[in-house]
Design a protein around this ligand. Sequence first.
Ligand code: PLP
Length: 446
Amino acid sequence: AMKKDDLRYFLHPTSSIVDMESWGGPKIIEEGCGIRLKSIEGKTIIDCGAGLWLNNVGLGRTELAEAAKQQMEKLSYFQTFNGYSHPLVIETAKKVAGMIPMDNPRIFFTSGGSESNDTAYKLARMYWYLQGKPNKHHIIARTKAYHGVSYGAVSATSLPGFWDGFRPLVPAFHHIEHPHCYFCPWGKEQDQCNLECAEALEEKIIELGKENVAAFTAEPIIGTGGAIVPPDGYYQRIHEICDKYDVLFIADEVITGFGRTGKMFGMLHYGVQADIMMMAKGITSGYIPMGAVGISERVFTPIKSHGIFMHGYTYSGHPVACAVALKNIEIVERENLAENARVVGEQLRSRIRDLSLPCIGEVRGIGLINGVQLVQDDAARIKFGPEIGFAKRVSAIAWENGLALRPLMDDGLQLSPALVITETDVIELVDKLGRSIKQAYDEFLG
Ligand code: PLP
């Protein structure tokens, strides 16, 4: 009955209605603890994705429930508009400001990643506008980027399907090719590479005219587009180009923030500071919706002179979200979860490589943001293709084997469990994953 009611009443985000109908309804989860879920049928399942790349501290933490409860009882809500504030939003802003790789930042709060992205683009445009350069408003993003679905964020996104039926998008968003050595768009091998993927930014800025370009935005490590790690030197070169043409660099750390990559923030791997930084997801581990934007002194200065940032969400700096964020960050730090992500991430990738299945190509990632590339031929880098739906088939079999495993586009699999995962869990996960991939491959070979 629950499944029927779901089909009858609920419009799901980004879910195939045809698939859900063919299954007789969605897969319903009713409980969770650590990295494990329980379905309404009573089945235990390992969540390979930490929800949508977000649950860093694991499910079922009573400390977080307690923090939310106490704050709801004390002050469930008050606005941060109109000159009001409250103790926890101040504490959270101070905490986040002290953590992010940015000198002397200000923090703006949102309810999630799309809002953080829209806020960042508005800040970038306003920054130039306030300096008498209203034409410097073009924003460059990358193919395979996922920045969310609000109109600004979806205009920066570049994944199949997200634009269909929604045009016109916000004007003046552009895309350059994303870096991915395994499938290098320039057909280069690493030893002959001249970082064409970074040079593409310079070409695009010249094409648009530097007097027209406000900002370049990127996920430090591409998430939804496939868990793709850029080559060495990429961000250093990107940063040089941004400096040369006076273009802001905006880092979307919605997935990579708060420990997932093995360091607290993704850009810490590259030694490059962003002018504006977006956060969400891991800031509360998804226990409550929240996002944030880090704003460098450079970007804040003209806004301060101007006197007001005419932008905000009802839930900007929500007291309960702040209470949860503070407690969540405390757990991430206390339990050294970034370090655990680094160590266990390496174990995960090496055990998947050790499966030595011919249909496993690149096993990529850093910390616990990982992708497994399924291929018909690793040497020639030939994918299965959408007609075959191989990753989708693997994911269906994996569900039967006790894994919630998301197929990514282009035959990728997402492996981004909660950062509390242990080596023992990894052994179980990889065993189930290996059996699922093998079964799908045997079926494919017939
Ligand atoms: N940016 C990145 C890198 C994301 O991965 C996501 C969500 O997956 C978003 C932005 C959008 O966040 P939200 O769904 O909270 O609006």
